[in-house]
Design a protein around this ligand. Structure first.
Ligand SMILES: [Mn+2]
Length: 358
């Protein structure tokens, strides 16, 4: 039984005979199977997964809810031959994952079918199906976050003055991968001193020193599901300006989490943090959105930002990550993941948030 394919079949828009899914995140989500190649065709009453010889045996063992078949020839030639035997006339494709070039080729090769590239399939998958996490999916995110929390605890005792950002990054990556992570959610960020003022700094040769803030943004993947967390710690005693910025970010983050009630508008949750940072005089130094959904991709729906039209609802897993970045000086970001469960809002991140001085 594959509840995800079933749910997609039951919610295929009227007029669509089948969905053709080739993107990795959507295949991972629907099949729970990892491969660099594959075409999933989901019709109302049946589903087929084509993959090549590298993956066919593993797919036949692992995939449920779709007939697994060996791809004959190139993926498009295989799809064309398959569709010639099927009554599907209108096919929905993933507009977000199809280049203009690929779309042109699909149109000419599959001329017997009508292609729906309106984005309806993307929206159905992203905004409805993938967005609403089941308790089983949240268990995977929790497992990934448990590794992430353990990594934070470990790295606190590892960091010493004179180490490079890169050395700290490598230790974090090794820790996560050797404690059950299938992969890293993204390239771990370790940004120290003035580098911490760059929200997505790349860890480099800079050596951490007394008086630095060190911002670490990292996460693990377990069974396709990601975690995401950021902490900023001080190495040696921080000065008064650093403490003030830290406390402002922490106050804004806690306030935004408290504002994330069921049915709250995502823009208002963002505004809660943004207004606190603005009132403290740092409005120009918080340039990014407050948070993003997390699931089989590190960034998915919904988002807490200034333009979202969504409300926070049951099944959502979203980060809350305000920051203040003072160019040339230092920056602070604090990030947790929150989950709207059936019985209330839960914080999936367990790590300490008070200012830690190493
Ligand atoms: Mn994040």
């Amino acid at each position: 039984m594959n509840t995800k394919i079933k749910a997609l079949q039951q919610s295929l828009p009227a007029g669509i005979d089948a969905a053709v899914i080739t993107s990795e995140p959507n295949r991972n989500y629907l099949l729970g199977f990892a491969s660099s190649n594959g075409t999933l065709v989901v019709a109302r009453e049946e589903a087929f997964f084509f993959t090549d010889s590298r993956y066919i045996t593993a797919a036949q063992q692992a995939v449920k809810g779709a007939q697994v078949l060996l791809e004959k020839g190139r993926p498009l030639a295989n799809l064309k031959a398959f569709l010639a035997e099927k009554p599907y006339k209108v096919l929905a494709i993933e507009a977000q994952h199809t280049s203009v070039e690929a779309y042109r080729i699909l149109q000419s090769e599959l001329a017997a079918c009508t292609l729906d590239a309106s984005g309806a399939l993307d929206r159905l998958l992203l905004n409805t199906l993938r967005r609403k996490k089941s308790p089983q999916e949240v268990e995977k995110i929790r497992a990934a976050q448990a590794i992430t929390d353990a990594c934070f605890e470990h790295i606190l005792s590892f960091i010493k003055e004179g180490m490079t950002e890169k050395e700290i990054q490598l230790e974090m990556d090794y820790f996560m991968l050797s404690h059950g992570a299938d992969a890293l959610s993204f390239e771990t960020i370790v940004a120290s001193g003035e580098n911490s003022a760059k929200p997505h700094a790349v860890p480099g040769k800079r050596r951490v020193q007394k008086g630095d803030f060190i911002t670490m943004d990292f996460g693990a993947v377990v069974d396709f599901y990601h975690s995401d967390m950021t902490r900023t710690v001080a190495l040696g005693e921080p000065d008064a300006a650093m403490v003030e910025v830290y406390n402002t970010v922490l106050f804004a983050q806690n306030a935004a989490i408290a504002a994330a009630k069921s049915g709250a508008k995502c823009v208002e949750i963002d505004a809660t943090a943004r207004n606190i940072i603005k009132a403290a005089g740092y409005g120009d130094y918080f340039g990014h959105g407050l948070g993003h959904g997390v699931g089989v991709e590190i960034h998915e729906e919904p988002c807490f930002n200034t333009v979202s039209k969504e409300v926070f609802q049951e099944g959502d897993v979203v980060t809350v990550e305000p920051g203040i970045y003072l160019p040339g000086r230092f920056g602070v970001r604090i990030e947790d993941m929150i989950y709207h469960s059936a019985s209330g809002i839960l914080n999936l991140t367990e790590s300490e948030k008070k200012l830690l001085v190493l």
